[in-house]
Ligand binder design. Structure first.
Ligand SMILES: Cc1ncc(C[n+]2csc(CCOP(=O)(O)OP(=O)(O)O)c2C)c(N)n1
Ligand SMILES: [Mg+2]
Length: 337
């Protein structure tokens, strides 16, 4: 968990530097080596590492618009993910998706910029696992700002009715862009949503990776043992703005300071020390993680830019073989009338 967390933190600090290149003095969102929006998850690493530690490659994870820490914890190819963020040809999606649209079929990871959008596909992956009679599970990550979305609530119902191996993980960072959660929902603890769907709900009150790990052991274990879905909420902290360039003028200074003070990585480092892990060993792990990040960024920046003509490739996908044997029920061409 420590390695995943320090990798994610260093990765995002480095992306932050790369992102700002060429975008100033006036903030030009399309300029620089990483064009477009960038949502960083520094301060939320415990929620990713504590859950994904229980997962295998054949388990599915969907993440929202703030995906890097989850992708790293799930084992997404760091080099190809970085190339995707830099819009390069060898990126996970050939550079067409960018940082909010990372897909790695080798470890069954996907993310989306549409909030709560990952919930239905995770329920679908759970249904597939059940029908195939495997013991793989699915995990959908969402922010606390997404807990009133229909896609989330419908997925909870579907997963409950079909008893699916799905864990819904809400990362509660108190904010949805500039909107504090108490202004949009009366439920203080998002895991209470589980009660309306007759499934267990659990909240981890602080971004303590070990506490997340323990809660996830039960939730993922329940899913793997075919005992149905769970909702988990984890309190995390947004150390940075909603996206890069966010002046955060809406955010009280005390809230920013509180987020900066609470650091799940420092907490886990202290835990490791308390359990007798030597400083040298901790620093060695940190250094290796940093080297891996530097290597991925260097590799990505050396990759070719895509050919503009390739924008027309991969627009459509043929159905998998076997599906085409079935006559379509409707005339998709529309016919004369
Ligand atoms: C369906 C949908 N509505 C609105 C948006 C615009 N939007 C992007 S992020 C965001 C807030 C998300 O807050 P939360 O779910 O708490 O995640 P966080 O950004 O705090 O990680 C909104 C409203 C969107 N992407 N998708
Ligand atoms: Mg939020």
């Amino acid at each position: 968990m420590f390695v995943d967390m320090v990798t994610a933190r260093h990765y995002e600090e480095r992306l932050q530097e790369e992102y700002l290149e060429g975008k100033q003095p006036a903030f030009d969102i399309s300029a620089g080596p990483i064009p477009g929006e960038l949502h960083l998850a520094a301060g939320q690493e415990a929620a990713a590492a504590g859950v994904c530690q229980h997962l295998r490659d054949d388990d599915t994870v969907t993440a929202p618009h703030r995906p890097h820490h989850v992708a790293i914890a799930k084992g997404v190819d760091l080099k190809r993910m970085t190339a995707e963020i830099f819009g390069r040809e060898t990126g996970l999606g050939k550079g067409k998706g960018g940082h909010m649209h990372l897909f790695d079929p080798d470890v069954n990871f996907a993310c989306s910029g549409i909030i709560a959008e990952g919930c239905p596909p995770a329920a679908g992956a759970g249904l597939a696992a059940k029908k195939r009679n495997t013991d793989s599970v699915a995990v959908a990550y969402l922010g606390e700002g997404a807990i009133d979305q229909g896609a989330f609530l419908e997925s909870l119902n579907f997963a409950a009715v079909h008893d699916l191996p799905v864990v819904f993980v809400i990362e509660d960072n108190d904010w949805a862009i500039s909107m504090p959660k108490e202004r949009v929902t009366d439920v203080e603890d998002g895991s209470q949503r589980a009660g309306g769907f007759d499934m267990p709900g659990v909240r981890v009150d602080q971004d303590d990776a070990v506490a997340v790990y323990d809660a996830a052991a039960e939730a993922v274990g329940r899913a793997r043992d075919r005992n149905g879905p769970t909702v988990m909420e984890v309190q995390v902290h947004r150390r940075m703005g909603h996206f890069m360039g966010d002046p955060e003028s809406y955010r009280p200074e005390e809230d920013q300071e509180a987020a900066a003070e609470r650091d799940s990585i420092e907490r886990l480092t202290a835990d490791l020390r308390a359990h007798g892990v030597e400083n040298v060993a901790i620093e060695e792990l940190r250094e290796k993680a940093h080297e891996r990040v530097e290597e991925a960024i260097k590799w990505a920046k050396d990759q070719p830019q895509p050919d503009p003509e390739d924008a027309y490739e991969d627009m459509w996908v043929n159905p998998p073989s076997g599906v085409t044997d079935t006559e379509p029920e409707f005339d998709l061409a529309g016919g004369d009338d």
